[in-house]
Design a protein around this ligand. Structure first.
Ligand SMILES: Cc1ncc(COP(=O)(O)O)c(C=O)c1O
Length: 465
């Protein structure tokens, strides 16, 4: 607090807005001053490197000139036009460009403002399709445990997070099947065997729930905050696709985090040919943090049926927002022209190699995993037994505080009360250079070293490397 006089001591900001999001015990937040590239400065002049692209959104870094130009150009002509009155060129053009990148026959885009909305719209669209095709009994949605699909009530129900239960109506809790883990498969199984078991759990659940009542199965193909960048072996995705086909269940990939080039392909789905989803959501990276922008993509074969049956009228005020779409177009063009998706693979591989080195020298790193620039490190008490640190420690909260003091912005587990582990996402902007990666690795090394010493001093881990 002392070094940031702008922030008052009570729970209100200087502007009089309640800080709803923080709890009484939290350390004071720094106040942002400016940002450029992969760095953010607070009002005291302190510089931070953005290890996680905010919440995995700021793919191009901050202050990108092409995006700033697009904001200026579009806003000088028209920011807002409601789609029931006007088409907008930016909306149409972004839809076309995204369809070309997404491929897999997902030709149509419906634009909204957040990942939660995109998932909600996707589920409503799936239901609309079932109604339009004479399948009114299909309404059940199966999701995975753990998962995270947003913070509206419907999307909270998908997450299987006990902390959300109190916010749901009786009977609203979703239907869940286990998500496959690579680091902690169930005892006696390897990652492949466990993933196979998880896929068969989907089949059994569809049968138990009623094969004509299940509408959709939704997954994060590479887990975000709920699973620390973990993903399954290729066979899992193919088997899930087969099972959904067998029972006429729509397969939805929530690519809020994994889409827009983050994993080294435009969609994570592109890593597993032969397992293409029926519907895909995109968010975060498609707006690059410059505007709230999200979408769900659907194939003509579904959209045409829905349109013939009366259409899909469940938009929001800002659906297809011309300014947001113009920015989305600039973000996409910049990403493609600078070959940032290919770079995500190269830089991601170098990053994982450095994280592996860090792991070798630091006994509280249990696992390093990820695809492209969607990576995480898992923190454990003992890498041999994979024992977790006590939940009461709030491992990620403490690591975030240390990291902030070391000039790093990091972000970690967010769901399921840490039941599945403690991890830090390592998801820098796609523009990160080798020098930026070195800065991140050095900062993480200092942060983890300080924390390990604290744990050692408290007798919570043995004296090790
Ligand atoms: C996989 C996934 N889906 C949906 C969401 C919700 O997105 P938003 O916060 O934009 O509503 C998130 C947010 O982190 C996410 O990670």
């Amino acid at each position: 607090m002392a070094d940031n006089p702008d922030i008052p001591a009570d729970t209100r900001s200087a502007g009089g807005i309640q800080r709803f999001w923080s709890s009484a015990g939290d350390p004071p937040l720094a106040r942002v001053s400016r940002a450029q590239g992969v760095h953010v400065w607070d009002t005291t002049g302190r510089r931070y490197i953005d290890v996680t692209s905010g919440p995995v959104a700021v793919n191009l870094g901050h202050g990108n000139p092409r995006v700033l130009r697009a904001i200026q150009e579009q806003s000088s002509r028209v920011c807002f036009a409601y789609p029931s009155a006007f088409e907008s060129a930016s909306n149409l053009r972004l839809g076309e460009r995204l369809a070309a990148e997404v491929g897999m026959g997902l030709e149509r885009a419906f634009f909204v403002s957040s990942g939660s909305e995109a998932v909600e719209k996707c589920l409503q669209f799936a239901r609309r399709y079932a109604l339009a095709t004479g399948q009114p009994a299909r309404y059940k949605v199966i999701s995975r445990n753990p998962s995270y699909h947003g913070s509206t009530r419907a999307t909270m129900a998908l997450a299987a997070d006990p902390a959300y239960a109190a916010y749901l109506s009786p009977g609203q809790a979703g239907i869940h099947v286990p998500a496959p883990w690579s680091y902690r498969p169930v005892a006696g199984m390897d990652a492949d065997g466990f993933a196979g078991q998880c896929a068969e759990a989907l089949r059994a659940t569809i049968q138990a729930e009623g094969r004509d009542e299940v509408l959709a199965f939704i997954i994060e193909p590479v887990m975000g905050f709920c699973g620390g960048a973990d993903h399954a072996p290729a066979a899992y995705y193919r088997r899930v696709r087969e099972i959904c086909d067998e029972f006429g269940v729509l397969l939805i990939y929530d690519e809020t985090i994994s889409g827009a080039g983050r994993t080294g392909k435009f969609l994570a789905a592109h890593w597993w040919p032969g397992a293409a989803p029926d519907l895909v959501t995109l968010a975060k990276g498609i707006g690059g943090g410059y505007v709230p922008l999200a979408a769900f993509m659907a194939p003509d074969r579904l959209v045409d049926v829905v349109v013939r049956a009366g259409g899909f009228q469940f938009g929001h005020t800002h659906k297809g927002h011309p300014l947001a779409c113009a920015v989305g177009l600039a973000v996409l063009e910049e990403t493609l022209d600078r070959k940032l998706i290919e770079r995500a693979n190269e830089i991601g591989a170098a990053l994982r190699a450095s994280l592996d080195k860090l792991k070798a020298g630091n006994s509280i790193i249990g696992d390093v995993r990820g695809l492209g620039l969607l990576n995480a490190i898992e923190i454990v008490a003992d890498p041999t037994t994979k024992a977790m640190l006590p939940r009461s420690l709030d491992v990620i909260g403490r690591l975030q505080a240390i990291a902030r003091a070391e000039g790093l912005l990091i972000y970690g587990r967010r769901s399921h009360g840490g039941k599945f582990g403690d991890w830090i996402m390592v998801t820098p902007p796609l523009i990160a250079t080798s020098a930026d990666i070195d800065e991140i690795i050095d900062g993480l090394a200092r942060t983890l070293h300080i924390y390990r010493e604290e744990l050692d001093a408290a007798g919570l881990i043995g004296a090790r490397s």
